[in-house]
Design a protein around this ligand. Structure first.
Ligand SMILES: Nc1ncnc2c1ncn2[C@@H]1O[C@H](COP(=O)(O)OP(=O)(O)O)[C@@H](O)[C@H]1O
Ligand SMILES: [Mg+2]
Length: 158
């Protein structure tokens, strides 16, 4: 799936679409330079998934968990920003790999920083600056990722 996101409202709309297509156990890697919109997308996704509070960029904590209800089932959505991670070993030392347990939904900014130790994604989202907006491409890498893309309706009916 490819789309052009003309402004931030389109990025937010994609977050809504993704939130509606989530399933427990899904792991999403977000690719793109600083300022591409990875955090903006995640913030919109979390709010659309029912998180009412603030969503901060987990720049220093590296990970931030949120508890949401998905079709009546409680699920953790864990948001990672690995930008400041010094080495892939840090990922293991922090116990992050145990988060990928087939039930938690894991959303990872800067997956490149944990190359070799990060579990493979179900879904990859690639954001890039295009003019004053952003281009986005979504790629599925598993049956879970494929079914997420099949259920994804973008733009969402708001
Ligand atoms: N589709 C878009 N077009 C233009 N600007 C956007 C779009 N989506 C997000 N932005 C802006 O780009 C910036 C993205 O920042 P952020 O989400 O923190 O990026 P990242 O997490 O990838 O470093 C924000 O200032 C946001 O307002
Ligand atoms: Mg970010």
């Amino acid at each position: 799936m490819k789309a052009h996101l003309r402004d931030e409202s389109h990025t937010a709309a994609l977050g809504v679409s993704l939130a509606r297509a989530l399933q427990p156990g899904l792991s999403i890697h977000l690719h793109g330079d600083l300022g591409a919109g990875k955090t903006a997308l995640t913030r919109a996704l979390l709010h659309a998934a029912g998180h009412a509070g603030h969503v901060k960029s987990p720049t220093y904590t590296l990970s931030e968990p949120y508890r949401v209800s998905l079709g009546g089932e409680d699920v953790n959505i864990i948001h990672y920003d690995l930008y400041r991670m010094g080495s892939p070993e840090e990922f293991l030392d922090a116990g992050f790999r145990e988060d990928f347990d087939g039930h938690n939904i894991c959303i990872v900014e800067w997956p490149e920083k944990a190359a070799g130790v990060l579990p493979a994604p179900d879904l990859r989202v690639i954001l890039s600056v295009a003019g004053t907006g952003r281009d986005v491409e979504l790629q599925a890498f598993s049956a879970l990722g494929t079914s997420c893309l099949q259920r994804l309706h973008f733009p969402p009916i708001l």
